[in-house]
Structures are given as structure tokens and as C-alpha cells.
Design a protein. Structure first.
Length: 124
């Protein structure tokens, strides 16, 4: 016989299981961009020694302008001072980069690209 105000063991177990499932679903649905830490990605290629150990982003270069760059269909703003790097040249210029090249980039706290790294040139 149940006492008034007490929950049976079976009902308690049922509530705990449903609570666990709900928390798992909430955790899976929550966006992983809530952290302010800048995540780095490393392409599956061998990088020169002077390259960073991962990039804030990388992809195929669609176009590059004076104040913005499009990489993998993503528009990124360029910082006022940007450094350009190739495997052979640590002080390259923007002219070394062409549409279709695989590039990596580093961003600053204002989410502006501060350095662009040539990973692989597009084959003609």
C-alpha cells in the first residue's frame, strides 16, 4: 500500500530515465559555438615547419580583394595588415594567391583575417 506523498520506485526510475533522455537531447541540440575559444583546424596534408599547427579556417580560395576574401563560399574581412605565406616564402604577397588554391587563415579577436597561408596551389 502506497503512503500519501511518496513515489514508488518504478515511477522514480521512469522519471530519472526521462530526465536523462531530455538532458541528452538538449545537449545534442545546443550549438557548439557557445565557447569564445577559437577552434583550430588542421588539413590532412604535410605542412612546412614555419606554418602554424592548425588554422582558424581553411578551404578553397574563391576570390581575394583589398578588404575581404572569400574562402569556401565564406566571406571573411581582412585586417588592415595581413601577412601572406607560401611554403617557399614566409613574406609573400597577395599576388601569390589565386582562385582555387587551398589556403588556411588565422583570425584576430575582431574575426578579421590577419594571415593567409598557401597550402596547395590549384592545378592549371
Amino acid at each position: 500500500m502506497k503512503e500519501k506523498g511518496k513515489m514508488s520506485l518504478g515511477r522514480l526510475r521512469h522519471v530519472l530515465v526521462l530526465t536523462g533522455v531530455a538532458l541528452c537531447l538538449i545537449g545534442a541540440a545546443a550549438p557548439d559555438g557557445l565557447s569564445h575559444a577559437q577552434r583550430r583546424y588542421k588539413p590532412e596534408v604535410v605542412l612546412p615547419k614555419h606554418y602554424p599547427d592548425g588554422f582558424h579556417g581553411y578551404g578553397r580560395l574563391d576570390r581575394i580583394g583589398l578588404s575581404e576574401v572569400v574562402i569556401g563560399d565564406s566571406l571573411e574581412k581582412l585586417a588592415p595588415v595581413v601577412t601572406y605565406h607560401t611554403p617557399d616564402n614566409q613574406n609573400a604577397t597577395r599576388e601569390h594567391f589565386k582562385s582555387g588554391d587551398l589556403v588556411g587563415y588565422m583570425i584576430d579577436s575582431d574575426r578579421q583575417v590577419v594571415s593567409l597561408w598557401l597550402i596547395e596551389q590549384d592545378s592549371p
